[in-house]
Design a binder for this molecule. Sequence first.
Ligand SMILES: [Zn+2]
Length: 373
Amino acid sequence: MAKINTAEVRKINKKSILRYLIKNTEATKPQIAVDLKLSVPTVGAIVDELVEEGLLENVGMQASSGGRKAAIYRVIRDSVHACGIEISQSHVIFVIVNTCGEIVASERISKPFADGKEYIDSIEEYREDFVQRSGVDPQTITGIGISVQGLINADQTCFSSHMLDNQRKIRIYPLTDRYPYIYLNDGTASCMSECYANQEERDFVYLMLSRTVGGAIVQNGVIWQGTDSFAGEFGHMRIHPGDDKVCYCGGKGHAWCYLSSDRLEEVCDGPYWEFFDKLKEGDTACREFFSTFLDDLALLVYNIRMMNNSDIVLGGYLGRHLGPYLPELEQRIQKQDHLYTESTTRILTGQYDLEAAGVGAARYFIEQYIQSL
Ligand SMILES: [Zn+2]
C-alpha cells in the first residue's frame, strides 16, 4: 500500500471532522477526538482552521459540573450553497442546498422540454431569479448540477433520451460561465441525494422509481458507473420476456413498462400522489393495479439482490410513498427468493421524493467542495 504523507493525513482528518459535524450538528473538540479516534491537539488545530475559513462557528460552552468547560462547535450552514436543476419532459425543479446538504429553497415549474439554446437560456434565467428570491448570497454558490432523463456522453456534449418523441440524441448547450456546472443522469443524481445524506461510506443499490426507472450501484459511498456508464440502468432490465409492452428504448418487457410513475397516473387519471390517496381509500382499480405493481417490483428487487448483496433503497418520486407497503413487498420477494430469509440486507425508502434528482445534483458540488478542502 502506498504511504501517505502528513499533509495528506491532515486533509483526510479535516474532511472527516467537517463530515462529523455535518452529521452530528454540534460537538466539542474532545468529543470529536474521542469519536474519530484522533488526538485533541490534532482536532483543535483543524477545528480552529475551519473556524478561520468560515465553515465552523463556536456556539457556546458545554455545561459542566466541574473541571474545564469545552467550547461547542457547529457548521455554519449558509457558508456554502449549490444549485440543482432537474429537467424532465414536462417540468423543471430548482433547488438550493446548503453546506449540510439541506434544501433551503425549491420551486417546481411546468415547462415542456425543448431542444435548443433558448430553452437552456430560459432555465438559467429562471435559476438566477430563483436564487435572488431565495435570499441566498450568489457568492456562496459553488456550482450547478443539472439532472436530465437520459444517458450522458462522457464528454458532456450530448445525451440519449426519450424526452423528445422524434429524437434520441440531444445536444448539451452551455448553461452559464458564472459557475461550474455538470449534467448528470437522473438516476445517478437521485442516488447522490442518498449517497451523501448520511456522510457514510456504505454499500447500497439505489432503485429510482420516477417517470423513468433507473438507479445506481454504490460501493464504499462511491457510485460505480461501469465501462459504458450505464451500470444501474435497472429500468431496462427485462422482467417479462415474451410480453409485448414496448419500453421507450425500443426493447420489450423492460421494468420501465411496469414500474414508471406514468403507469400509476394512467390508472388513477391524476398525479401519482393521488394514486396513493385512492389506494388508501380502497379504490378497486388502484388496488388491483398495485398488486401487480408490487409483484413486478418484487421481481426486479429480487434480481438486483442476486447481483448485489446489499441494501436496496427505493427512491425517486415513488420511493417514499412505498414506505407503508414494504412488509407486503418483502413477503412477495420471499416467495421468489429462497436466500431471502438468510439475508441481512434491507429494503429502505429514500429520504427525498420530488426533489431527489435536484438535491443529488446540487449535492455533487457540495461534495466537490468538501473534497477540495
Ligand atoms: Zn428499455
